[in-house]
Design a binder for this molecule. Structure first.
Ligand code: DC
Length: 333
């Protein structure tokens, strides 16, 4: 019999996030320890007392862990305890060392697992978001798509008819209700209580995001939010200014690029998969225009940090890029 420990955190006391976080944690424990459902005898779950909107045990049952005994309890309120935290102890048949799993903010509970950040910058279509997602899976860390945050600001400005001027944007951004949530291991961008993760991918939002990201009030607010998320856990962030401005002390920095025709081809394929008709020549022009906007703006332009390694992915597959970066990181740790 093995006793396997695990813990995770949620960003708020909301049922959907609790469901998803518990499911993710237990699935990771099952996968890492090569367990089948029938190997699991019982699971003890506990949560900090600031979690009241959903039983973690119910989340476990809903995630398929229902043939074993489940017991869930609230922890006493301890001053200074990690907030919004869910802990589990999984008792399972079998031999061998237990592989414990600590996700999100709970990784801080294990001082032996050093917190680190990976900064991936580069122009649009360079493949950095796909690479970032894969690295997050490989290292069991959080992925933050910072472009999605600028896209959400752009969507807000477009939908309210706000002028793209500093003075007009200040109150809009000051009152912005933007939350980044994680469900089923995926980032969800929630604007005014509505999940806009798909809507912000629309081509007109892409161009507006590039424009809005040049304004000081927008960047200030987004960078503050990004640093707050990154301070809590090991993570990989992708964007334009992560290595230069958001996390200049990130342990690992890469600048990912590819020629504009290759990038247009990649973006075009993604858009076609989502049902959009694509004019590749126009898309390449738009990408080049965005590159110009992003790299010539005054504040935090798209630029390779002096200590970031350049990775040109024009002739590489995603698997090759992930393997290359993973190797570089492992060589350093
Ligand atoms: O990565 P993306 O295409 O989703 O980003 C949309 C726009 O947001 C991009 O054109 C520039 C801006 N952006 C930024 O200025 N800084 C970041 N860290 C991320 C994105």
């Amino acid at each position: 019999m093995r006793a396997i420990r695990g813990a995770t955190t949620v960003s708020c006391d909301c049922a959907e996030e609790i469901r998803s976080a518990v499911g993710e944690l237990l699935c990771k424990i099952k996968e890492k320890n090569s367990l089948s459902y029938s190997d699991i005898v019982c699971i003890l779950l506990s949560n900090t007392s600031d979690i009241v909107s959903f039983y973690p045990a119910k989340a476990a049952r809903e995630a398929g862990f229902s043939s074993c005994a489940l017991y869930s309890s609230a922890e006493p309120e301890i001053a200074g305890a990690l907030p919004l935290c869910i802990r589990v102890m999984v008792f399972a048949e079998g031999e061998g060392a237990a592989k414990h799993v600590y996700l999100r903010g709970a990784a801080n509970l294990r001082k032996d697992l050093k917190k680190f950040a990976i900064a991936l910058d580069g122009p649009s279509g360079s493949g950095k978001s796909t690479v970032a997602k894969r690295l997050a899976e490989e290292f069991d860390i959080l992925y933050l798509d910072t472009g999605a945050m600028y896209r959400a600001c752009a969507l807000k400005a477009l939908s309210t008819g706000c002028a793209f001027e500093e003075k007009a944007l200040e109150p809009l951004i000051g009152a912005l209700d933007l939350r980044i949530l994680y469900r089923d291991g995926r980032q969800h961008t929630v604007l005014d209580g509505r999940d806009v993760s798909e809507e912000i991918r629309r081509p007109e939002v892409s161009m507006a995001a590039s424009k809005i990201s040049a304004f000081a009030c927008v960047r200030k607010k987004m960078v503050e939010m990004q640093r707050k998320i990154a301070a809590e856990q090991s993570c990989v962030l992708d964007g334009r200014d992560i290595g230069t401005a958001v996390l200049p002390d990130a342990e690992f920095k890469f600048f990912i690029t590819a020629d504009s025709a290759t990038r247009a081809k990649r973006r075009g394929r993604e858009l076609e998969e989502k049902g959009y008709a694509v004019d590749y020549e126009r898309l390449r022009e738009e990408i080049e225009e965005r590159d110009r906007n992003d790299s010539t703006r005054k504040i935090s332009p798209l630029r390779r940090a002096d200590d970031a390694e350049l990775v040109d992915t024009s002739a590489m597959t995603i698997d090759e890029v992930v393997a290359y970066i993973k190797k570089k990181i492992q060589e350093k740790v």
